[in-house]
Design a protein around this ligand. Structure first.
Ligand SMILES: Nc1ncnc2c1ncn2[C@@H]1O[C@H](COP(=O)(O)OS(=O)(=O)O)[C@@H](OP(=O)(O)O)[C@H]1O
Ligand SMILES: [Mg+2]
Ligand SMILES: [Mg+2]
Ligand SMILES: [Mg+2]
Length: 346
């Protein structure tokens, strides 16, 4: 079936990258974290995850032309002071591939790893197919020991046609399946979605995928809503006033990364509000996988004016004000509340 093989490759890549990130998060050293020129953090796991995903996609889909739009590049890693860090990343990638055992490969050199990272330099756009990768979304959450996600999607002619979100710290839902597996209180979920085929969730430690759907609540007062953990990433006062208009009484659920999209896709909460501060331009890798995971689970993702997100314009998303996510049922009410709140704010 269309795109099935590509989805399987994306899942394999995200599984391996999630394992690498889990290993690093357990014993993260301060020397493993650097600050980029935009003053956001990057770690050995961001680089390792990007190199690994690039390696796995090429191995799994050898006969296909390969275009990858990814967050990280190798510029800082090529500097003299980064050579120790590069060695650590190279070892991480080789160890991940060896312990998986699927591939016959000669160990990657440091140059191979730099090349793999730089294969994510594509600009995307409205023609052809492009993989879109955030090797660790929510790096601040990753460093804090909280939520983060490996987010991988595929664009075809500018549309997101499949997506995978690995969320290594997201608790398993308290459902029959987790009880059966005696997995209560455990963490690690992977969401996958293909256009027209629904959204599935499985556990990173192994389980069969089960179909998930967004919340069916009809009264917004009963909804709980997600927003960024970091106040610098989203205006918490604005989302608070929107929630008040909807009669929401539950406190906001603040979570890093696209794990918010995954949690919403399985009905943990009904609304996700994201309003970056003036001047910030959203990147496609921060939303592509999350967007299809939610829409295939029956949700809607738009900007604050109600327009669908447009992934066909290169690395950036050009949108009105912010991003709002909820069920089809609640979207008209949410959109009204958002527009009223924005009018009052201006
Ligand atoms: N100033 C500002 N405003 C809005 N968004 C920003 C900003 N700076 C960074 N980012 C991007 O936010 C990505 C993480 O989003 P989150 O929703 O996880 O944020 S939060 O950590 O929960 O606050 C984060 O993704 P990663 O860099 O992959 O972690 C950034 O791309
Ligand atoms: Mg980043
Ligand atoms: Mg990100
Ligand atoms: Mg990232």
């Amino acid at each position: 079936m269309a795109y099935e093989r590509k989805l399987a490759a994306a899942k394999k890549a995200a599984f391996l990258a999630a394992r690498l990130c889990q290993t690093v998060q357990k014993s993260l050293l301060s020397s493993d974290v650097r600050s980029k020129s935009d003053r956001t953090p990057v770690t050995i796991a961001d680089y390792g995850s990007q190199a690994l995903v690039s390696f796995v996609l090429k191995r799994e889909l050898p006969s296909e032309s390969f275009s990858l739009v990814a967050e990280e590049d190798s510029v800082d890693l090529r500097k003299d002071e980064s050579q120790e860090m590069l060695k650590r990343i190279t070892k991480l990638v080789n160890d991940s591939l060896s312990s998986d055992g699927t591939y016959n490969f000669s160990p990657l050199s440091e140059d191979d790893v730099l090349t793999a990272i730089d294969s994510g330099k594509s600009e995307g756009g409205s023609h052809g197919q492009h993989w879109v990768l955030d090797p660790i979304d929510g790096t601040k959450g990753f460093v804090r020991g909280d939520q983060y996600a490996i987010a991988l999607a595929l664009l075809d002619e500018g549309n997101v046609i499949l997506g995978v979100l690995a969320c290594p710290n997201l608790p398993l839902p308290n459902t029959g399946q987790s009880r059966q597996h005696s997995l209560q209180n455990q963490v690690g979920c992977l969401f996958s979605a293909r256009v027209g085929a629904g959204t599935y969730m499985e556990f990173l430690d192994g389980s069969s995928p089960t179909k998930v759907n967004v919340s069916t609540i009809e009264n917004p007062a009963e909804a709980s809503f997600f927003e960024s953990f970091e106040a610098a990433h989203s205006m918490h006062d604005l989302s608070g006033s929107i929630a008040k208009k909807l009669g929401v009484t539950a406190p906001p659920v603040r979570m890093d990364s696209q794990a918010k999209y995954g949690a919403l896709a399985r009905g943990d909460g009904a609304i996700y509000l994201r309003f970056p501060h003036e001047g910030y331009r959203e990147k496609i890798w921060d939303h592509a996988a999350g967007c299809i995971v939610v829409t295939e689970a029956g949700g809607v993702v738009t900007d604050a004016a109600g327009n669908p997100l447009d992934f066909s314009n290169g690395k950036h998303l050009d949108l009105e004000k912010g991003i709002i996510v909820t069920s089809k049922k609640l979207m008209p009410l949410l959109l009204n509340a958002v527009q009223e709140a924005l009018k009052e704010q201006s």
